[in-house]
Design a protein around this ligand. Structure first.
Ligand SMILES: [Zn+2]
Ligand SMILES: [Zn+2]
Length: 426
């Protein structure tokens, strides 16, 4: 019989390192960190069935999306229709290998690998046909690729590409387009349904039990380390997590140095990304290169204000804001100001959440290249800035992932202790 109560012992918050003893949860209940508000465990009703349902439907919709025409394009009597697969194959034929790899990873490899792995894992919870080692490896893979699922960004990229093309040709949405929309939405639903601690608990059993302080305290101060892969807590004398097998650290090793190195590399890449053309449009034999800002200004002059703003925010504002805010957070770890740590934490969360949306322009160029190929009449091809810009997005995403937010809370405790000491001295 299905158990109604879920037990996950001692764990520390992934974002502020505060140790919690999670009480037994009933289905439909969740446990939130009292200090930073991060959801530590969400025990949903009928979660296995829901994941199997949405995951399988998403996979099925993806297969449909491959089978039929994706988009149709007609200009002055010339017609063209492409499948989802054509978008990548044209990039390969035209020798844009790195861009084609990026698009294939975002469009095919990561989403499909994620869905198949999640379905296998959730299905195997009931039927023990996969060994524990394989299940652990599969779960680790799920945790690693989840931040790199960009189908929703790709979908918005397609919409922007359609608006861009609307002025130069008639567009027809194929059956595959709608199947792809359904696939993207169902995939997002599967991601939100899957709780990391719930999955690890079911795959590899409960986390070890510990005696913890009554007063809420950071794991580091209690001689404990929380595994950032599965959420199990261990004594700080061990190097590997007994539940997931991953190496454990109280704080990411060299977190600030790594983040700053990625940020600096992103700033360097941002310069050529804005100087060189991101797209070449050949119209009646005349080649017109355009950089990111030229594209934004063109859309603005054509009256497509919302799309011009989307591209401007995604390609210029977000990468710059991300570099500045992560840089400021690193600075705060070295020289903390009195600003509330929760505010800094919120800034980090927003930075992590919006960063992936910068990828829109890359997908717009990829979709336009795949679709608009009519020889000398009209053709679109990617410019050198695409790769530099893709590097900016990936580097800022890596910078956000390597930043350890628990360092911000370490500082808060340090500030508190210093002010307490000062009061005592007075
Ligand atoms: Zn917390
Ligand atoms: Zn672990």
């Amino acid at each position: 019989m299905e158990s109604l109560v879920f037990q996950e012992n001692v764990t520390a918050c992934d974002e502020c390192d505060l140790v919690h003893h999670i009480p037994p949860l009933k289905r439909g209940e969740r446990f939130v960190c009292d200090r930073c508000g991060h959801v530590l465990l969400n025990f949903r009703e009928h979660v296995e069935k829901l994941i199997l349902g949405t995951g399988f439907s998403s996979l099925l919709m993806f297969l449909f999306a491959l089978a039929f025409p994706f988009l149709g394009f007609s200009n002055n009597g010339a017609e063209r229709s492409v499948t989802l697969y054509n978008i990548v194959s044209i990039l390969i034929i035209q020798d844009y290998l790195i861009l084609s790899i990026l698009v294939s990873l975002a469009l095919f490899v990561f989403p499909i690998a994620y869905l198949i792995t999640v379905l296998l894992l959730v299905w195997s919870l009931q039927n023990r046909f996969i060994s524990l080692t394989t299940k652990r490896n599969l779960t680790r893979w799920v945790v690693v690729i989840q931040p790199w699922l960009l189908v929703d960004v790709f979908l918005v990229g397609i919409l922007v590409a359609l608006v861009k093309m609307n002025s130069m040709a008639d567009i027809e949405l194929g059956l595959s387009f709608w199947a792809f929309c359904a696939h993207a939405l169902l995939l997002l639903k599967t991601v939100t349904l899957l709780d990391r601690r719930w999955l690890w608990n079911n795959v590899a059993g409960q986390a070890p039990e510990h005696v913890i302080m009554k007063q809420p305290t950071q794991a580091k101060k209690q001689g404990l380390i929380c595994c950032h892969f599965c959420g199990a807590t261990h004594s700080d004398l061990v190097c590997h997590c007994s539940r997931c097998g991953h190496s454990i650290h109280s704080r990411h090793p060299k977190s600030l140095m790594t983040t700053m190195a990625f940020l600096m590399a992103a700033v360097i890449m941002f310069i050529p990304a804005n100087i060189f053309p991101i797209m070449h449009t050949t119209f009646l034999g005349v080649n017109e290169p355009s950089s990111i800002m030229e594209g934004v200004l063109l859309l603005w002059s054509l009256g497509s204000y919302p799309v011009a703003l989307v591209i401007f925010f995604a390609s210029v504002v977000i990468p710059l804001a991300k570099v500045l805010s992560l840089g400021w957070l690193c600075w705060q770890c070295y020289f903390p100001t009195e600003r509330e740590t929760l505010q800094k934490m919120k800034l980090y969360r927003i930075t992590e959440l919006v960063g992936r949306w910068s990828m829109i322009d890359i997908f717009v160029v990829a979709v336009l290249t795949g679709l608009v190929q009519m020889g000398n009449l009209i053709a679109i091809s990617p410019g050198p800035a695409v790769l530099f810009f893709a590097a900016v997005v990936v580097l800022t995403m890596l910078a956000a992932a390597s930043f350890d937010p628990r360092l911000l809370w370490d500082n808060e405790e340090r500030v508190e202790t210093t002010s307490l000491l000062e009061e005592k001295e007075q």
